[in-house]
Write a protein that binds this ligand. Structure first.
Ligand code: BTN
Length: 285
C-alpha cells in the first residue's frame, strides 16, 4: 500500500512543505524562496540581499535559464533534476575579518561534500578552490558573490556574501550535453539511484550553518583542516589557468592560511613558488 512519503519522488519540486520539516538549522533556511524557473538563484539572492533580506535566506530553483559558474562560465541547470541553491550570509562585520572571509567559499565546498556524503554515502573530493569531484568528474561547484567589502577586508554593516551551490543530483550521465559528458557526473550517474533533493538541501544547510558559525566564532582551524583533508589538489601536478590566459604547471604544495594555493613550478620557471588566489586548476597525471 502506498503511503504519503512514497508519493514524494526525486522529481517532485522542492516545496516549503517538503523542505521545512527536514530543517535542523537555527538561521539558514528560516526564509525560503523555492522558485520554479529563474535566471540564476545567485542573481535573485543578490537582489534580495540588496533589498535587506535577512541572514540565512535561501533561494532555490527547479531550473535556471542563466546559471552562473565560476570565471564567467555557464552552469548547466536542467529542470527538476538537480540542486541549485543560493544562501545569503550576513553577520560578517567586525567578527569575521580577513581570514574567515577568505575561507567562506572553501568551507561551503566542505559543507556541500558533507551533505552529499550524508544522503548518498559517497564522499566527494575537492579540487581547489571549491569543485566537488567524484573520481575525475565534477559533481558540483560553488560560486560566492559578495557586496560591501570594507577597507580592512571585513564587511561593512550592510555587507553580505551569496553562497551559490550547484550539485548534480538526478541527471542521468548520458543526459549531459556533449561538452560536459566526459567531465561531469551526478549522484544518479554514479550510483544508478535517484536522490531526494529536499533531504540534500536540508543536509547542506545544516552542514553550512555549522561551519559558518565556526568561522564567526574564530574557530576556523577545525574547518580549515577538514578542507585540507578533503582537498585532492595538494600533492598533485597541476596546470594553473589564470583569468588573463597565463598558464603554469607545477606541483600543488600547500593551502595557505588565507585559503590560497601554493604551487612549486616545474615548467620553464622550475622551482619558483607561486601563491594562487583565483584560477582554474587542472589535475594532471
Ligand atoms: C562553478 O563554476 O563550479 C560554480 C557553479 C555554481 C553554480 C550554482 S547553481 C546555484 C547558484 N546560482 C548560480 O547561478 N550559480 C550557483
Amino acid at each position: 500500500m502506498s503511503n504519503h512519503k512514497s508519493l514524494i519522488t526525486s522529481h517532485s519540486p522542492l516545496t516549503v512543505a517538503s523542505v521545512r520539516p527536514l530543517l535542523t538549522t537555527r538561521t539558514l533556511g528560516r526564509t525560503l524562496h523555492l522558485l520554479n524557473e529563474t535566471t540564476s538563484t545567485n542573481a535573485i539572492a543578490l537582489a534580495l540581499a540588496q533589498e535587506g533580506a535577512e541572514h540565512g535566506t535561501v533561494v532555490t530553483a527547479e531550473v535556471q535559464t542563466a546559471g552562473r559558474g565560476r570565471l564567467g562560465r555557464h552552469w548547466h541547470s536542467p529542470a527538476g533534476e538537480n540542486l541549485y541553491c543560493s544562501v545569503i550570509l550576513r553577520k560578517i562585520e567586525i567578527e569575521l575579518q580577513w581570514r574567515g572571509m577568505c575561507w567562506i567559499p572553501l568551507v561551503s565546498a566542505v559543507a556541500a561534500a558533507r551533505a552529499v556524503e550524508a544522503i548518498s554515502g559517497l564522499t566527494p573530493a575537492l579540487k581547489w578552490p571549491n569543485d566537488l569531484l567524484l573520481g575525475a568528474r565534477k559533481l558540483g561547484g560553488v560560486l560566492c558573490e559578495s557586496s560591501g567589502l570594507g577597507s580592512k577586508g571585513g564587511f561593512d554593516q550592510h555587507g553580505f556574501v551569496i553562497v551559490g551551490i550547484g550539485i548534480n543530483v538526478n541527471t542521468p550521465r548520458d543526459a549531459f550535453p556533449g561538452d560536459l559528458r566526459d567531465i561531469a557526473t551526478s549522484l544518479a550517474g554514479e550510483t544508478g539511484r535517484q536522490f531526494d533533493r529536499a533531504a540534500l538541501l536540508a543536509a547542506l544547510l545544516e552542514a553550512l550553518e555549522h561551519r559558518y558559525e565556526a568561522l564567526l566564532a574564530k574557530q576556523s582551524t577545525g574547518v580549515e583542516e577538514e578542507y585540507r583533508k578533503l582537498c585532492a589538489t595538494v600533492g598533485r601536478r597541476v596546470r594553473i589557468e589564470l583569468a588573463g590566459g597565463e598558464r603554469m604547471e607545477g606541483r600543488a604544495d600547500a593551502i595557505l592560511e588565507d585559503g590560497s594555493l601554493r604551487i612549486v613550478r616545474d615548467d620553464a620557471h622550475a622551482g619558483v613558488m607561486v601563491e594562487i588566489r583565483a584560477a582554474d586548476v587542472v589535475h594532471l597525471r
